[in-house]
Every structure is written in structure tokens, then in C-alpha cells.
Design a protein around this ligand. Structure first.
Ligand code: FAD
Length: 480
């Protein structure tokens, strides 16, 4: 157990601001965003610099203390929630929130791990640039968390996930040594790519203390459209049609089931449906130009949508008349998770399958889940163009005890959905990672070769399993 003598050693190193022991201050950080995982810890460590992180890691190594790295605690898979037995300390990066540099000439921002995503968006905008990755949790999620989960979001179609946007990384290794890889070189063939190993490692290999991030030119003009369609297959046909007309200026393409829109309208104040017709599916599309040449994005999107009506893949459509309306359309998309949480208990699956197979998966997979688990309703929303949707199975109407429903049905429903995903050639985690929620399923469904390689990497970096124990890697006995 972690006693007072150990906490005193950390306090001596990090000062009074660097160690939080008040249970009321700790409480919000020991439960995950969805409220599914409840942990405990005697203290949160909050170093203010890379050197302090390194010192804390070295001391943790000396004392044999396990650490759970944490940023904004918006993980969807219980990734930043400490173990329930209080056997680990949270290592929060939130005090390390400086943008060390932002160079429009280099198209680069060097951010400390605790910088909040929306803060980076604002800073880049002020410099005539932008950081092209956004997600619903942008007001809380931190750069360290985004790097460590290889986050995706709504612009992956054009700009890729964090793997494509991180040019350099600074990391403190489990023994306290600092790996300084912030040098953002276009070409660097010095063997193993440590940066890519750490991206998506979910805090199991090292602590990300800073990252050099790629910026792109600010948007000069954009058009945001909302299109009602009959099926996900029509949505995919629409995507391919607009890509033919508009090329890579299509920056966002999100598909939303009508019941998802219904939840937002019911639970989020001040939201209206962009179109009059209630169609079974909806598409939110954004077309961006970095210049102001004519025809602008709205005129070009209008032309593409005319073709979509002619081809019979669109039922109704509108293009936002101004920026406020464009933001209102996006607010619907960004409120989906929150409104569904308000709607009632559900199991969420963040899955990918090959893009061409996704429309059928969205329809047939939902029907199969509903028929296998009577009373449930299944639907999906998300990044169809990336072959990634959030596929949700909701508890039967009237279920008042969500945790009891999940305890009774969760494992069977998860296995059912994940088996279908694997049969379709997909991944059980497209964006959110594995955390503790999907650890056993990763073990069940991964090949022995994948598991052996993952274990070997973990052992090489963290032989004593002191970094984020119980996350990502199968526990003894799990897996093959
Ligand atoms: P945390 O939740 O604190 O941590 C996440 C993981 O990273 C944990 O394993 C933690 O141990 C580790 N970690 C955190 N900081 C560090 C660090 N400095 N060094 C090493 N390890 C660290 N994700 C998507 O990809 N796409 C989406 O569209 C998307 N939408 C979301 C919408 C909502 C409303 C919410 C709540 C979440 C969404 N997410 C999405 C989840 C997304 O993974 C997180 O928002 C984000 O990446 C995590 O950032 P965070 O700072 O909150 O990290």
C-alpha cells in the first residue's frame, strides 16, 4: 500500500501544489467520463515541468509505486482511471499546459502534454494556422491524452489521426530518463520509431510531456451542409460523388442515424433539426478552402448536391447560411455522445471495418444485435469515410438500473458485436483505445503473434509493470 511516508517523499520533490491528497479534490478524477469505472488513489501527483516528471518517475521506480498518467480524463475506455484498490497514484499532466512555441513558418506548434485541444485551436487560429484534429471533448482533452490514444475525430478523412499530425515527441521513460524526440525532422531513419511506439500506447510505455504538432493553413472559406439520406449505402455513394466533384477539400463527412438526432433534439437545449424532413439517416459535410478563389466552397457544394439529388442519393439538404449556422450543425454532431448518455444506459462500440463493408454492417449489424438481445435498440453514427462508426446498443426501454443491465448483458453483447466486427475484417477499437474496458476482448480476439509482440514491447519499456497497470495489455491468464 502507498503510505504517508511515500506521499511525503513525492511532496518533498514536487512541492505542495504538486501533490493533492484531499479526497474531495481527488474524487472527480477517479471515475471515467461515462461513469463506468470507479477507481481510488491516495494522491494525485501534478508535476509542473518535464524535469519534475522525470524526478517523480525516478522516485516511483525507486519506491516501486505504480502511476496512472492522466490528462483531461475524457477516455471512453476507462484508460485514465486508477485501479480500485488504491495501489497506484494518478500522475496528472494538467499543470504542464504551456505552448512552448508556435511557428507559422515551420507550420509547427510545440505543446506541453497538458495543453487543452481547444486552447491549441485558438492559438493556431490567431497565427493564421489551424491544428486539424477536433472532437467532442476538445474543451477538456489534452495533447498528452490525444497523443497517447492516437485520437481521431472529425477531420481524419483529410488529415489523418494523431499519428499523422505528431512530428516529434518528448517522453519520460519509466526509469526517469527523458527521451527528447521533439526535433520534428522530415527524414529520420535512426531505426525503431520511438515516437510512433509511444503514440497510442495509452500511457503504458512512458509519460508524454510534450509534442511537436503539424499545423495547416487556416480556413479562408468553408461550407457546411446537412443532407438527409435513406441508407448508409446512399451516404457512402454521396461521399464518393462529392469527392469526385470537390477533391480533397472535403474535410468532414459524418453520418448520423435519425434516432441519434432525436436524442440531441430531446436532451440538448437550443438545438433544431437543420432540415424539415426526418430522414432515416443524416450526413454532415464540411468543405474547406484555404484560399478565397471563386467559386467558393458553398457554390461548389451546391453543385455537388445537385448531382446527388439527380443520382437519387439525397432526399433533402441544406447548406449553412452563415458561420453561426455552420457551428450549430456541428454542435449537433458534437453533442451526440452527451445526449446519448442522457438518453439512458447503452453499450458503446467504437469500431472499424473496411469502408465498403461499413454500410451493410451498420444496418445488418444493428438488426442482428436487436434480434439477439430482444428489447435493445442499436444504431450508429460517425466517420463513415474512415470506415469507423460508434455503434451503440441501448438497454430496453424502462431499464432503470444501467450498471445492473451492463453487468448482466454487457459481456454477451460485447462478444456478439466484436465477433461480428472481426468477421467483417475490422477492429474492436478504431479511436478510443483499449483501456480497461476492452482489455479482455483484445486478448480474446488477437492473434498470439500480436499479443506476444505487444507483451515484448511492454516488458522492454516497463519490466515492472508500473505504468498504467491493468490497461491495454492482457492480465495473466487473459489471451492466448
Ligand atoms: P485521458 O482520458 O486523461 O487519458 C487517456 C489515455 O491516455 C489514458 O490511458 C491515459 O493514461 C493516457 N495519457 C493521458 N495523458 C498522458 C500522457 N501525458 N502521457 C502518457 N499517457 C497519457 N476520441 C477520438 O479519437 N475521436 C473522437 O471523435 C472522440 N470523441 C470524443 C467525444 C467525447 C464527448 C469524449 C468524452 C471523448 C471522445 N474521444 C474521442 C475520446 C478521446 O480518446 C479523448 O477525448 C482524448 O484522446 C483523451 O484525452 P485526455 O486528455 O482526456 O486523456
Amino acid at each position: 500500500m502507498i503510505g504517508q511516508d511515500i506521499l511525503d517523499r513525492f511532496a518533498g520533490l514536487l512541492g505542495p501544489k504538486g501533490v493533492t491528497t484531499d479526497p474531495d479534490d481527488i474524487a472527480p478524477w477517479t471515475t471515467d467520463w461515462r461513469g463506468r469505472f470507479h477507481g481510488a488513489t491516495p494522491a494525485i501527483l501534478s508535476p509542473a515541468s518535464t524535469q519534475e516528471v522525470a524526478a517523480a518517475m525516478a522516485l516511483a521506480a525507486e519506491l516501486g509505486v505504480a502511476l496512472v498518467p492522466q490528462g483531461g480524463n475524457t477516455s471512453m475506455v476507462g484508460g485514465a482511471t486508477p485501479p480500485a484498490d488504491g495501489s497506484a497514484l494518478i500522475l496528472s499532466l494538467r499543470r504542464m499546459n504551456r505552448i512552448r512555441s508556435l511557428s507559422p513558418d515551420d507550420n509547427l506548434a510545440v505543446c506541453e502534454a497538458g495543453v487543452i485541444l481547444s486552447t491549441l485551436h485558438d492559438a493556431a487560429q490567431d497565427a493564421g494556422r489551424r491544428f486539424p484534429l477536433s472532437l467532442g471533448a476538445k474543451g477538456s482533452a489534452t495533447i498528452g491524452g490525444l497523443v497517447s490514444t492516437n485520437a481521431g475525430g472529425t477531420q481524419v478523412l483529410r488529415h489523418g489521426t494523431m499519428r499523422a499530425l505528431v512530428e516529434g515527441i518528448e517522453v519520460v521513460l519509466p526509469d526517469g530518463r527523458i527521451f527528447d524526440g521533439l526535433d520534428a525532422l522530415k527524414k529520420d531513419n535512426r531505426g525503431y520509431d520511438i515516437k510512433q511506439l509511444l503514440i497510442g500506447a495509452e500511457g503504458t510505455l512512458g509519460i508524454v510531456t510534450a509534442a511537436a504538432l503539424r499545423l495547416v493553413p487556416a480556413i479562408a472559406a468553408r461550407a457546411v451542409g446537412w443532407i438527409g439520406v435513406a441508407t448508409p449505402q446512399d451516404a457512402l455513394a454521396l461521399l464518393r460523388l462529392v469527392e469526385r466533384s470537390l477533391g480533397d477539400s472535403v474535410e468532414g463527412f459524418e453520418v448520423i442515424a435519425d434516432d441519434g438526432l432525436g436524442h440531441v433534439l430531446s436532451h440538448i437545449p437550443g438545438i433544431r433539426s437543420p432540415i424539415e424532413t426526418r430522414t432515416p439517416w443524416h450526413v454532415l459535410i464540411e468543405v474547406d478552402h484555404a484560399d478565397i478563389s471563386e467559386p467558393g466552397p458553398a457554390a461548389r457544394l451546391e453543385g455537388a448536391l445537385a448531382q446527388a439529388f439527380e443520382a437519387g442519393v439525397a432526399i433533402d439538404a441544406t447548406i449553412a447560411a452563415n458561420e453561426a449556422q455552420a457551428d450549430a450543425f456541428w454542435r449537433i454532431r458534437e453533442s451526440l455522445s452527451e445526449s446519448e448518455r442522457a438518453q439512458g444506459p447503452a453499450l458503446q462500440f467504437d469500431i472499424s471495418v473496411p469502408i465498403a463493408r461499413m454500410p451493410a454492417f451498420m444496418v445488418d449489424g444493428a438488426a442482428a444485435a436487436e434480434s439477439a438481445f430482444p428489447g435493445t435498440t442499436a444504431s450508429s453514427f460517425g466517420h463513415l469515410g474512415d470506415g469507423n462508426v460508434h455503434f451503440h446498443v441501448r438497454a430496453p426501454k424502462g431499464t432503470s438500473d444501467g450498471p445492473a443491465w451492463i453487468a448482466a448483458q454487457g459481456q454477451a453483447i460485447s462478444a456478439f458485436v466484436h465477433d461480428a466486427v472481426v468477421a467483417a475484417g475490422g477492429s474492436i477499437s478504431a479511436e478510443h483505445g483499449i483501456g480497461q474496458m476492452k482489455r479482455a476482448e483484445l486478448a480474446r480476439l488477437s492473434s498470439p503473434a500480436r499479443l506476444a509482440a505487444m507483451r515484448a514491447i511492454k516488458t522492454a519499456f516497463d519490466p515492472d509493470n508500473r505504468l498504467n497497470p491493468g490497461k491495454l495489455l492482457p492480465l495473466p491468464g487473459e489471451g492466448r
